[in-house]
Design a protein around this ligand. Structure first.
Ligand SMILES: CC(C)(COP(=O)(O)OP(=O)(O)OC[C@H]1O[C@@H](n2cnc3c(N)ncnc32)[C@H](O)[C@@H]1OP(=O)(O)O)[C@@H](O)C(=O)NCCC(=O)NCCSC(=O)C[C@@](O)(CC(=O)O)C(=O)O
Ligand SMILES: [Mg+2]
Length: 298
């Protein structure tokens, strides 16, 4: 059954209330942020709060990620907080992290070497900490496939449109034409590497209509889910990324007919006048797997 990552709800780790409350909105994943949503002079306090949260709060079914600070500045020099974040949070229980501003496979290799060291030092199973590489610059997007294939730790890659448009030197528009090539590159790299692709945030919380259009477009492009910044966005994303009961029933019917006709490995039939062959069967299996993951069917 596919692990669903339809929603990743960002919550600044410097906000103690959000450390307690975010799971009640039932996102598939919570993404506690230590990077851009945390003031520079609150980075150490936010990390300390998050360490305590990991030790004392049960997040239930939510998969908990931390967006740490990066290990490197854009200039290539060592960045101030990334290593401190990892050395404090892995022993506290962090097993999923997003690396922001990932630009090349060497960034993942450096991170993986640090994680190897910290896991060993604390007697944690090697490779336990899984990584989502965040591609937020033209060079990061151009290197998407090499990054996605750079380590067994990578289970997903994400796209960050705010930093992407900043570093490209353009504006983020509602039409999103400036993002089309980059988004396509990210989903194709994820498909080739066999990992999930998570789309970027939508900052205008009040514009629900625009948000829904963007989420539908992300799903149609091939993303597995979307980063969210506000609880109100979670339900909309789940609605769009969860198959409807009509789709599920149709898929179950296709799978049953394919099994009865024994065409899983080749051959063609029609179901309700529509052709069913290997790709159609595979898509029906995907829908059934998503429906099981969402608890729609057993
Ligand atoms: C925007 C705002 C301050 C508004 O808060 P407000 O409190 O004014 O909102 P209200 O509507 O009043 O909240 C109603 C109730 O919901 C609760 N509530 C609100 N938000 C909640 C939440 N997130 N989690 C749990 N609970 C929440 C709240 O506590 C209240 O609870 P209650 O009082 O009990 O009713 C808040 O949402 C917030 O901080 N968002 C996250 C911001 C953030 O992390 N940004 C960085 C990530 S993006 C980025 O970096 C771009 C990127 O890097 C990457 C990429 O794109 O992927 C790139 O380059 O592109
Ligand atoms: Mg960013």
């Amino acid at each position: 059954m596919k692990k669903l990552r339809r929603t990743m709800l960002f919550a600044p780790a410097s906000n103690p209330k959000l450390l307690f409350n975010t799971a009640i909105y039932k996102p598939d994943c919570i993404l506690f942020d230590l990077e851009d949503a945390v003031r520079y002079d609150e980075k150490d306090a936010a990390r300390d709060l998050l360490v305590e949260a990991f030790k004392s709060i049960d997040y239930g079914q939510c998969e908990v990620f931390v967006r740490t600070n990066p290990l490197r500045k854009p200039t290539g020099e060592k960045a101030p907080f990334g290593e401190l974040d990892i050395r404090a949070l892995v022993p506290a229980g962090m097993r999923r992290m997003r690396l922001p501003m990932c630009e090349k496979p060497e960034h993942i290799e450096e991170l993986s070497a640090l994680l190897d060291e910290v896991e060993k030092e604390h007697g944690i199973e090697p490779g336990s900490v899984k990584v989502q590489a965040s591609l937020e610059t033209p060079i990061g997007v151009m290197n998407a496939l090499a990054i996605a294939q750079s380590s067994d730790r990578i289970t997903s890659i994400s796209f960050g449109a705010e930093d992407f448009t900043r570093t490209l030197g353009t504006d983020r528009t509602k039409a999103a034409t400036e993002l089309f090539y980059a988004r396509s590159q990210v989903v194709m790299a994820a498909a080739v590497a066999g990992v999930d692709a998570i789309d970027t945030v939508w900052a205008d919380v009040s514009d629900t209509e625009g948000f829904i259009k963007e989420v539908e477009s992300a799903k149609n492009l091939g993303f597995s889910g979307k980063s969210c910044i506000h609880p109100s966005q979670v339900k909309e994303v789940h609605n769009i990324f969860t198959p409807s009961m009509a789709e599920v029933e149709k898929s179950v019917e296709i799978l049953k007919a394919a099994a009865d006709a024994n065409i899983q490995d080749g051959g063609v039939i029609t179901v309700k006048g529509k052709m069913v062959d290997i790709p159609v069967i595979a898509k029906a299996e995907r829908i059934v797997s998503l429906a099981k993951g969402a608890g729609l069917i057993k």
